[in-house]
Design a protein around this ligand. Structure first.
Ligand code: DLL
Length: 432
């Protein structure tokens, strides 16, 4: 158990003092060692001596994903390569990947924040943890692995994929914790019955799910399907990897490890910092990172912040569960839509499976949206009329919830592609 009470329950003032102290050191460091930041700060006329407290953070320049791409592979690193002990990279489906580097201290801090997250999920040295996030350049596998070892869990580094083997080892080894994306956890649950196993063969108690947007309804669905407690772990490779934030048993937002990652919310259009409680893009400054420290990195993830003390006793600021990214928002005939809104409605109704895919197209200059959703095995015996009624009912519910006509097609179980990592939920033919 890693429970850093001094930090996790610190007074707001003590936390701000620590953040101020760390921000000043960080700005000195990047100004002296990263030519990109020296240039950016010189351009807007800000010097390290202008930063006296955490409140001055708004004077600093933002960093965007494109800045990491433009400085590929190592130009944003603030230390010589000799001090870098690990490199991770994003998959880079479009163009160059983004690369991040960690010093020994960075890895130690990463371990600690992931260990704190797992402690929030109730994981302890008594647990056997199956890490089914991908190992490799993706930060999920190794990031969670180090944190779990720090707690003293028995870690099974199985990585993603090979569903049958996942279930076999889960049963044979008696895994008590499963760490993977929520979409893969759903797939594994559905695969249980047909692979000859049942819930009684499993000892699973806790799920540590993240790396993609998922709704509260999906969290409840996974708890029900697996008979576990499910938690939400958030992070991104640019800032560290998994472990930036995690929810506790109160499930009223994810506690951000703000002694390392200072959060702000900015207006997606004006980039103006917003007051707590307003939704906008989540921005992080890495207060302690040495390898690739970033000032005000815009994640494009949409959230709100809440600094009230949590029912669990932690004072760490909480971010609302992320349901979308500003660049994943679909605009259909002028209406803004996130795939998570569809997921919410489907699970709320609970009359189909939770596997779905959205197809967006343009016909005669008009956007069209089709939802394909898999039936539950139990519905395969329903009559055509029952199925027509069901699609109409879903169309109606979606129309009231999102204000759009969505064509609903019910498809047979297991006909929508499964992912072993991050799920793809939208196919936008307009982009072709
Ligand atoms: O996904 C790190 C990670 C691994 C987090 C394992 C949690 C568990 P990236 O591949 O860089 O890093 O992708 C980061 O994924 O900006 C979000 O858009 C999304 N994301 C990550 N965690 C969550 C979550 C890892 N819990 C991007 N809820 C982020 C919603 C998430 N979105």
């Amino acid at each position: 158990m890693i429970w850093n009470k001094e930090i996790e329950c610190s007074s707001r003032q003590a936390m701000r003092d620590l953040q101020s102290e760390r921000l000043k050191l960080l700005v000195d460091r990047v100004y002296a060692n990263v030519p990109f930041y020296k240039k950016r700060m010189d351009e807007i006329g800000v010097k390290p001596s202008d930063i006296l407290s955490i409140d001055d953070i708004v004077k600093l320049p933002f960093t965007y994903k494109s800045d990491l791409r433009d400085n590929y592979p190592f130009n944003l690193f603030a230390v010589p390569m000799k001090e870098i002990v690990r490199v991770h990279a994003s998959s880079g489906t479009t163009g160059k990947p983004t690369t991040v580097g960690y010093t020994k201290n960075d890895i130690e801090n990463w371990r600690e924040v992931v260990a704190r997250c797992l402690t929030q999920c109730g994981v302890s040295a008594d647990d056997i943890m199956q890490v089914s996030y991908g190992y490799g350049l993706f930060t999920g596998g190794l990031g969670v692995h180090y944190g779990a070892e720090t707690i003293g869990c028995s870690v099974i580094p199985i990585s993603g994929g090979n569903t049958r083997r996942q279930l076999q080892l889960m049963s044979d080894f008696g895994s008590t914790v499963l760490a993977c994306t929520p979409s893969y956890a759903l797939h594994l649950a559905d695969a249980l019955s047909e692979s000859g196993y049942s819930l009684e063969d499993m000892k699973l108690k806790v799920g540590v799910f993240g790396a993609e947007p998922w709704t509260e309804n999906m969290r409840l669905e996974l708890e029900k399907k697996w008979g576990i407690k499910a938690f939400d772990i958030y992070g991104l490779s640019e800032i560290m990897g998994p472990g930036v934030a995690n929810d506790c048993s109160a499930h009223t937002g994810l506690h951000i490890h703000e002694d390392h990652f200072f959060p702000e919310i900015v207006d997606p259009n004006t980039k103006e910092a917003l007051e707590d409680g307003n939704e906008g893009e989540l921005v992080f400054t890495t207060l302690t990172k040495e390898g690739i420290p970033l000032l005000r990195y815009n994640t494009r993830d949409l959230s709100t912040l809440n600094r009230d003390t949590c029912a669990c006793g932690r004072t760490l600021v909480r971010m609302k569960k992320i349901t979308g990214r500003s660049d994943d928002m679909l605009i259909i005939r002028g209406v803004n839509l996130f795939p998570s809104q569809i997921e919410h409605v489907l699970l709320e109704m609970g009359e189909t499976s939770a596997h779905y895919m959205l197809y967006v197209d343009k016909v005669n200059n008009l956007d069209t949206l089709e939802l394909k959703v898999e039936l539950d095995e139990s519905q395969m015996t329903d009559t055509i009329r029952d199925l027509q009624n069901l699609s109409r009912k879903i169309e109606h519910a979606l129309n009231s919830a999102v204000g759009l006509h969505v064509k609903v097609s019910l498809v047979e179980p297991k006909t929508i592609a499964r992912s072993e990592g991050k799920a793809v939920r939208v196919i936008d033919m307009r982009k072709k």
